[in-house]
Design a protein around this ligand. Structure first.
Ligand code: NAI
Ligand code: MG
Length: 483
């Protein structure tokens, strides 16, 4: 074991402390249902202390005076420390979240490190413009940091979501109060230690673990937070927006749920598409906002496709997340486990045909078998609602117009997959599907340079790439009379 697990505290102004209430909560290993550690339970007074520290760091601290290049240097140093400790971080993530170690080492860690390196490099390339205005004036814009930002993140990719949030916020010169999910605070706290080691000045990143309605709401409602960035459920996203509106009208960005269509045309490379469908729904136990959970298959290849998918799903190795052979681990929490089993029951009750899976995969731990439903109709709950688990609903279609309408017939719009050898059809779908990311003959591709975010009730704002700078900066227009 490389991961050293210890009781977690709050990080405020570069000091580790207990919650003002003295309360602690338990964090569980979802693969064994055993308690891993206890963590200090932050609430409104702790968020308030964290905001005070972040405000001071933003207005007065060395962070404010530091050049953008030096901020970038700290981020690089931090990325280097993540790299040095990657095995330990991967193990800690796997223990706390239940995802297989092969995925934490091959996806979560490399993507996390990439995101920090990308924003390290971007820090000194953020600038305004000079604009040709009428009259004898010189007009230019400044791109200034948004200020103190609150960041509330979920439990499905604890490290990666922290990276997507912290990277651009720090590159732009903001200061942060980060609230990790109550299920998975351990790697965020380890990040805190490494941020200190990298030389981040006091108050720049404050980490306050705690529950949503208490610590999370305190962030969304705080009068001295300038911007809140949230990733999680659509229901809570709406609450965040409401709290922001009712407090100080802080800026909001939301990355919420999804019910992505993964579209299989008859002219595609069927084996590649079966791989893509597997990736699309079983990666990270299906606890992925952009999971390809609605599988639209062109009627004439449906039988062949589903028979291959069934075989592959049944071969998938579900088990001990720490075993490097394991392909699918445990769902992240008891709550999520029961929610998914509830949807499986609902699917059966609504008359969908269970092709494979459909039940728990172990006596202990929150494991669920890869599950495929056939005979699903667009109206069924399993075709409309986000399940956030390894459950895919197969639907069939006859022609492209009908397909486009049905694929877009959802409150969500985060992503979509398209499988075809016809380049014209592929681009037509890319244009017509209302979603923030379209994967053509691939699925779940990510890169720090490429934006990610939703249409419709999947949220708004784009994370990653240069697009994320919009979230963490504001533009100031400066006029200078020339005569
Ligand atoms: P959630 O939206 O309740 O939790 C996400 C984060 O928001 C956590 O840090 C939580 O503490 C915080 N939060 C919860 N209630 C809050 C409140 N009233 N004010 C401020 N912050 C609050 O998601 P939950 O309950 O863990 O999962 C429920 C469903 O949400 C999942 O089954 C899935 O469908 C969806 N979800 C989507 C995610 C995504 O990546 N888009 C991530 C996590 C969940
Ligand atoms: Mg919730």
């Amino acid at each position: 074991m490389k991961a050293k697990i210890k009781p977690g505290k709050l990080l405020i102004n570069n000091e580790w402390c207990e919650a003002q209430s003295g309360k602690r909560f338990e964090v569980t290993n979802p693969a064994t249902e055993e308690v891993l550690a206890t963590v200090a339970e932050g609430d409104a007074p702790d968020v308030d202390r964290a905001v005070t520290a972040a405000r001071r760091a933003f207005e007065e601290g060395p962070w404010k005076k530091m050049s953008a290049r030096d901020r970038g240097r700290i981020l690089y140093r931090f990325a280097g420390l993540l790299d040095k400790n990657r095995d330990e971080l991967a193990e800690l993530e796997t223990l706390n979240n239940g995802k297989p170690i092969r995925e934490t080492t091959q996806a979560d860690l490399p993507l996390t490190i990439d995101a920090f390196e990308y924003y390290a490099g971007l820090a000194d390339k953020i600038h305004g413009d000079t604009l040709p205005v009428n009259g004898n004036y010189f007009n230019y814009t400044l791109r200034e940091p948004a200020g103190v930002v609150g960041q509330i993140i979920p439990w499905n990719f604890p490290l990666l979501m922290a990276a997507w949030k912290l990277g651009p916020a720090l590159a732009t010169g903001c200061t942060v109060v980060l609230k990790p999910a109550e299920q998975t605070p351990l790697t965020a706290l380890r990040l805190g230690e490494l941020l200190l080691e990298a030389g981040l000045p006091p108050g720049v990143v404050n980490i306050v673990p705690g529950f949503g309605p208490t610590a999370g709401a305190a962030v969304a409602r705080h009068m001295d937070i300038d911007k809140v960035a949230f990733t999680g459920s659509t229901d809570v996203g709406k609450l965040i927006m409401k709290m922001a509106a009712e407090s100080n009208l802080k800026r909001v960005s939301l990355e919420l749920g999804g019910k992505a269509p993964n579209i299989i045309f008859a002219d595609c490379d069927i084996d590649a598409a079966v791989n893509g469908a597997m990736q699309g729904i079983f990666f990270n136990q299906g606890e992925v906002c952009c999971a390809g959970s609605r599988l639209f298959i062109e009627e004439k290849v449906k039988e062949e496709f589903l028979s291959k998918l069934k075989t592959r799903a049944e071969q998938k190795l579900v088990g001990d997340p720490l075993d490097p052979r394991t392909e699918m681990g445990a769902q992240a929490s008891a709550e999520q486990f029961h929610k998914i089993l509830g949807y499986i029951k609902k699917g059966k009750d609504e008359g969908a045909r269970l092709l494979t899976g459909g039940e728990a995969a172990a006596e202990r731990g929150y494991f669920i078998k890869p599950t495929v439903f056939d005979g699903v109709t667009d109206e069924m709950a399993i075709a409309r609602e986000e399940i956030f688990g390894p459950v895919v609903s197969a639907l069939s279609f006859k022609n492209i117009d009908e397909l486009t309408r049905r694929a877009n017939n959802t409150i969500y719009g985060l992503s979509a997959g398209v499988w075809t050898r016809d380049i014209g059809k592929a681009h037509r779908m890319a244009k017509e599907i209302k979603a923030g990311t379209i994967w053509i003959n691939c699925y779940n591709c990510f890169d720090a340079a490429s934006p990610f975010g939703g249409f419709k009730q999947s949220g708004f704002g784009r994370e990653l790439g240069k697009y994320a700078l919009e979230l963490y900066t504001q533009v100031k227009s400066v006029w200078v009379a020339m005569d």
